[in-house]
Structures are given as structure tokens and as C-alpha cells.
Ligand binder design. Structure first.
Ligand SMILES: *Cc1c(COP(=O)(O)O)cnc(C)c1O
Length: 240
């Protein structure tokens, strides 16, 4: 199987999930997560029609992004999907157009300051931990629908981040727990979609994007409303 074959198969799977859910496939963006893979493989995916690529480590991106951009015939949009240490924040705006992993006010504030002189705001998604797993980063939102304290903490943090200049909050991102049966992820994705709806309702601004679903669970994520799926292995094969 070539990268182009893999992309076609993933796109067919997304279309089938949209069909089951009564959604328009054009409302779902396939974000190819190219971490650990060389620029050559990204360029093959560009040739196969993809525009959006994700990386999770700043060091790796500093080599790969300029290499791809210099050789790509079409513009590429780069998404940061991995955890960002505060001291690495300064490298983000020059490399990435979208950040999915804004998981704390401190990081958002730092990115906002770095964007002070930019013409265009940086598109960001707020990473949310809705499953409550201690190992996961993200704004801690487990129990938001029933626990008033959690709810008010999440609402406050989202409002504060949304008020920062230089950032455009596009929506929410989550990582589902690793499970053997992808159905087990459904409640997590449904929960993120419900949180988005509740935030939009009470805060009164749009949060158009839901970044959720990876190789093992993206069909379920699409059924539950994902607008961006982050797929690595199903496109580029296994990682070392
Ligand atoms: C690696 C990674 C992905 C893609 O994972 P696959 O299982 O290879 O599809 C998606 N999101 C994040 C945050 C990642 O780090």
C-alpha cells in the first residue's frame, strides 16, 4: 500500500462514517500526523492531495517543516498537536498555523504575548481532558456536566483564554483513552461535543472545531461530530 492508497482508504472511511451520521464529509478535515516520519513522506501525502499536517515535537518540526515547505508545490498548513513546554512556546508561532494542544492558561498567555506584533491571530484549540485520566494533559473537565465546581473552573479558564489578544480560539481537542474496542471511546467524544455545545450556549461565541479521533478510533469520532481527525499510522504506517 502506498501513502496515496492509505489516504484514499482513510477518506473513504471518513465518508462512510459521515454517511452513517448524516454529516457532510466536507465538514471533516483529515489532519495527517507525520511525527517520526521524514519530509519525503509528507511530500508524498501532499501530492496525494492533503494540505494539513500535524507534528508533536518542536525539535522535530524545526527540521521538517522548513524542509517540506521549501519543496512542496502546494501550501501546507502545520498543526501542533503535542504537549508544549512553556520554554518552547516561543518557537511555535514561526512554525505552526494551528495549535491543538493549548492545555493551560499559562501557555495561552505566553502564546498571546508572542503574537503581539503579528498581523493574523494564531488559531488555537483548547485541549480538554474529559475522561479524567491522570496521565492526560488538558484542562481538567471530567464531570463538568454534573459538578458545579469543575464547570465553573472550566468556564472561567475558557473565557480567560478566549479573551487573550493574538489568539483565535477555534474549538476543543481531546485525546481518548487507549482501548481495544473503539466503541469504548464514543462516550468521550460525545462528552467533548456536549461540552462544546454547552460552552457555545453560555459564552456566546463560536467554537467551530472539534479535534478528536486518531487511527484506532476516528470513525467513531466522526460519528460524534469531529471536524478534524488526527490520523498518523493509518496514513504513514507504524512508527519506530
Ligand atoms: C500521534 C498522535 C496522533 C496520531 O496517532 P495515530 O494513532 O498514529 O493515528 C494524534 N494526535 C496526537 C496528539 C498524537 O500525538
Amino acid at each position: 500500500m502506498t501513502i496515496a492508497d492509505n489516504i484514499q482508504r482513510v477518506q473513504e472511511t471518513i465518508a462512510a462514517a459521515c454517511d452513517r451520521a448524516g454529516r457532510d464529509p466536507s465538514a471533516v478535515t483529515l489532519l495527517a500526523v507525520s511525527k517520526t516520519h521524514p519530509a519525503e513522506m509528507v511530500l508524498q501525502a501532499v501530492d496525494a492531495g492533503l494540505q494539513h499536517f500535524g507534528e508533536n515535537r518542536v525539535e522535530e518540526a524545526q527540521d521538517k517543516i522548513p524542509a517540506v515547505n521549501a519543496r512542496s508545490s502546494l501550501p501546507v498548513t502545520w498543526h501542533m498537536v503535542g504537549h508544549i513546554q512553556s520554554r518552547k512556546a516561543r518557537d511555535i508561532p514561526g512554525l505552526f498555523q494551528v495549535v491543538h494542544s493549548v492545555d493551560r492558561l499559562k501557555l495561552a498567555t505566553k502564546l498571546s504575548q508572542l503574537m503581539a506584533d503579528a498581523d493574523e491571530p494564531l488559531d488555537v484549540l483548547l485541549e480538554v481532558n474529559v475522561s479524567g485520566e491522570a496521565s492526560k494533559s488538558g484542562l481538567m473537565a471530567a464531570g463538568w456536566s454534573t459538578d458545579a465546581d469543575v464547570r465553573s473552573a472550566v468556564w472561567q479558564e475558557v473565557e480567560q483564554i478566549a479573551g487573550l489578544p493574538g489568539l483565535r480560539v477555534r474549538g476543543l481537542m481531546t485525546m481518548a483513552p487507549i482501548v481495544t474496542d473503539m466503541e469504548a471511546t464514543r462516550p468521550v467524544f460525545a462528552n467533548l461535543a456536549a461540552l462544546r455545545a454547552a460552552l457555545v450556549d453560555s459564552l456566546g461565541f463560536a467554537l467551530p472545531d472539534l479535534s478528536m479521533g486518531m487511527t484506532d478510533d476516528y470513525p467513531v469520532a466522526v460519528e460524534e461530530g469531529a471536524t478534524i481527525v488526527r490520523v498518523g499510522r493509518a496514513i504513514f504506517g507504524p512508527r519506530e
